[in-house]
Structure formats: structure tokens, C-alpha cells
Write a protein that binds this ligand. Structure first.
Ligand SMILES: *Cc1c(COP(=O)(O)O)cnc(C)c1O
Length: 399
């Protein structure tokens, strides 16, 4: 049986058309884009096209607003560190409790080593930002506001255009980690006040190890990686030519499939989610109703260990996640679900199912066929379940 891949928020399959676009740039057009001879010439033209393709997906006004990086993590680091350098007299950061570790680990480090004050704004039970606390945290000391466009665990969308306006009113720069949003929801940067935006190739059917940081024209930027004059002196190092070409091709495909994401993929996600909620009792849906990415479902089974569910799903040929890939393998519950104040009974039972345009209706059927049985079997062996529901008979059989 074909394995079912439902872990697209961790990484996506590189689209074969993307691989095909990249291949000539390994052994055929291998020249350095900076070289003036014929080998470099063809590369330069291809890079220009790739830049336009990504610009179109972002609705950026100028193609030179894009700086290529090694991925989402580098883009987040570059944005935050640059803002602290360029915003003189300001040494505070406003961000959220539910950011990706690419942001949270860095700001914690800056707080400890540089005395930067970090305001971590919390979320409610649906994962929505505390807007009053956000407004109250902004001040003439705020150098940067960094709020993700979409959460990687629950898919919850944040009102980034509005938050950017508020940041500007306080004289701060605004950055968004849009790694999960780019390619899944429409983005038109020229109609917003967003100063910087991070994205990553491998989250949108592009290759791993390539990403970009959008920096709005006119916004001061200090490079994280210093070296040659590549990227207009904003990121040193020979261009990752195949990666950049692949990201361009992935961006063009994502734009072409955007409507499908909003309709077909969302319909699959909704059927999957509703099927689980109908068939499995004591299950919570995590996230903000319809204000979510169309591809992400996050459910929590009370009195269960999500890792056990995952393991059994894997045996049945279904790949999913408990949340962030970076924390799986540890038994710590997700910092996102903790911030959402999930009841203790559900905190360890989370399951994230993240779809893509490559998923089919049969994939959803398969999960709905195997998952309810897996949960029932695990609960029958769970003392916590027995204690909570008074159903001790099944447990007795297993001890
Ligand atoms: C995956 C992810 C990142 C990290 O991107 P990499 O390219 O893997 O470094 C950052 N932020 C979010 C929200 C992500 O989902």
C-alpha cells in the first residue's frame, strides 16, 4: 500500500518539476553567477527569472527586496539581528510565545547575553494573540516586532498586516516568519507595511537548504553573513544556484496551485478533521476555527500519548507528527499547546496532520479507517483513561 504522508508542515516532497528545473544547474550550467565568462552568463539570466518567480508569489514590488539565505532559520536570525543593529536607541523585541524555535531560541539568547528585553505575547485557548497585551508591550524602546504569519503546529493565522501598522506607529520594524504561510495563503507584500518576511524552500515543495528574507526597499539591513558582494552585499557567499532556481520553480507552482489549496486541500482537511471528531470521543480541535491554514489539522486525544498514536499510525503506513518536528523524540509537551492552555488531560495527546496538494481523498479515507481503532486500542490499555472514564475492565485485561 502507498504510504500516506501527512507531515507537510515538517517538510514537503520536492516537486519533480522543481527537480527537473534544478538539474541543468549542477553539471551543465555550473558557472559562478559572478563570473563574466560564458559559463556564468546563462546562470545570471536563470537567477533573474527565479527572482521574478519568487517576487510574484510574495507580491513584492521589487525583485531586489529578496535576499537568498540557507532557509527559514537563517532568515529569522538575519532579520532579528539586523533590526537590533539598525534601530539605534531601541533594545526591546516584541514577539509571541508560540513562535518557531528559530525565533524563540535566538531571542532567549539575546536576552541572556545582550540584555535585550523580550516581550513574549501570549495566546488564548484558540491560539489567538492577546491584542491588548501586544499593544501594551509596544514602546519607544521597541526595535522589532516579530510575529509569525501562520503557526506551524496549529495553522492559526495572525493578523500580521494590522500588527505591522501598530509596530510602525510605535516606530518599530516589523518582521514575520511566514515559512508556513508562503505558498498556502495569498500574500501581497506591496499592500502591507511588513518590513521583513522569512520563507523556506522545503516547506513549499522546493529543495531544502534554500530560503529567503524579504527586506522592503528603504529598510536598513545589516548582513548576518558577511563576505563577497553577492545579494548586493547583504549576504556573502557564492549563490546556491540550483537551490535558487528550485525555489523559483516551486514559487511558480505554488502560485498556480493556490486556489486548489484553498478549496480541494481544505476540503480534504475538513473531512479528515470532522471524521476524527465524530469517531473519536474526548478529542479536542486545536486552533482558531476557520482562521487557519487550509492544510493543517491539530487534534488532541485526551488521556493518551501522542507519540504512541504516531508510532501506531506509522506502522499502518501513515506519517504524521505530534507538533513541531524539532521537539519530537522528547516527551515535553509542545510549547504552542502549553501556551494555548490546553487541559492537562490533552497536553500529551496531540496529533498534527498536515496535508499538501499531493494528498488524495484515499489518503483521508485511510486515516479515518485506522486512526479510531488505534486510539481505542491505546485507550483500552491506558490507566489514565480508565480512571477518567470509570472504564477499568479493559485495563484489567492488559495488566
Ligand atoms: C520549518 C520552519 C522554520 C525553519 O525553516 P528551515 O528552512 O527548516 O530552517 C521556521 N519557522 C517556521 C514557522 C517553520 O515552520
Amino acid at each position: 500500500m502507498r504510504p500516506v504522508y501527512l507531515d507537510n508542515n515538517a517538510t514537503t516532497r520536492t516537486d519533480p518539476a522543481v527537480v527537473a528545473a534544478m538539474l541543468p544547474f549542477f553539471s551543465e550550467h555550473f558557472g559562478n553567477a559572478s563570473s563574466t565568462h560564458a559559463f556564468g552568463e546563462h546562470v545570471g539570466e536563470a537567477l533573474k527569472k527565479a527572482r521574478k518567480q519568487l517576487q510574484a508569489l510574495l507580491g513584492a514590488q521589487f525583485d531586489h527586496e529578496i535576499i537568498y539565505t540557507s532557509g527559514g532559520t537563517e532568515s529569522d536570525n538575519a532579520a532579528i539581528l539586523s533590526a537590533l543593529e539598525t534601530q539605534e536607541g531601541r533594545d526591546e523585541i516584541v514577539t509571541t510565545t508560540v513562535e518557531h524555535p528559530a525565533v524563540l531560541t535566538l531571542v532567549a539568547h539575546l536576552e541572556k547575553t545582550r540584555g535585550i528585553k523580550v516581550h513574549l505575547i501570549g495566546v488564548d485557548r484558540q491560539g489567538r494573540l492577546d491584542l491588548d497585551a501586544f499593544a501594551a508591550a509596544l514602546s519607544p524602546k521597541t526595535a522589532l516586532v516579530s510575529v509569525m504569519w501562520a503557526n506551524n503546529e496549529t495553522g492559526t493565522l495572525f493578523p500580521v498586516a494590522d500588527l505591522a501598522r501598530q509596530a510602525h506607529a510605535a516606530g518599530a520594524l516589523f518582521h514575520t516568519d511566514a515559512v508556513q504561510a508562503v505558498g498556502k495563503v495569498a500574500i501581497d507584500l506591496k499592500s502591507t507595511e511588513i518590513d521583513m518576511l522569512s520563507l523556506s524552500g522545503h516547506k513549499l515543495h522546493g529543495p531544502k537548504g534554500i530560503g529567503a528574507l524579504y527586506v522592503r526597499k528603504g529598510v536598513k539591513f545589516r548582513p548576518l553573513v558577511r563576505g563577497g558582494h553577492q545579494e548586493r552585499g547583504r549576504r556573502g557567499g557564492t549563490e546556491n544556484v540550483p537551490g535558487i532556481i528550485g525555489l523559483g520553480a516551486a514559487a511558480e507552482l505554488a502560485l498556480a496551485h493556490m486556489e486548489e489549496e484553498r478549496t480541494r486541500v481544505k476540503a480534504l482537511r475538513d473531512r479528515l478533521e470532522q471524521g476524527i471528531l465524530q469517531q473519536v470521543s474526548h478529542t479536542l480541535l486545536n486552533g482558531d476555527g476557520d482562521n487557519r491554514l487550509p492544510n493543517t489539522a491539530n487534534v488532541a486525544f485526551e488521556y493518551l500519548d501522542g507519540e504512541a498514536v504516531l508510532h501506531n499510525l506509522n506502522k499502518a503506513g501513515v506519517a504524521a507528527s505530534t507538533g513541531s518536528a524539532c521537539t519530537s523524540g522528547s516527551t515535553e509537551p509542545s510549547h504552542v499547546l502549553r501556551a494555548m492552555n490546553l487541559p492537562a488531560s490533552a497536553l500529551h495527546g496531540a496529533l498534527r496532520l498536515s496535508l499538501s496538494r499531493e494528498n488524495t481523498s484515499e489518503d483521508v479515507d485511510r486515516v479515518l479507517e485506522v486512526l479510531p481503532d488505534i486510539v481505542a486500542r491505546l485507550r483500552a490499555m491506558s490507566p489514565a483513561w480508565a480512571a477518567a472514564t470509570g472504564d477499568a475492565s479493559a485495563v484489567a485485561d492488559h495488566v
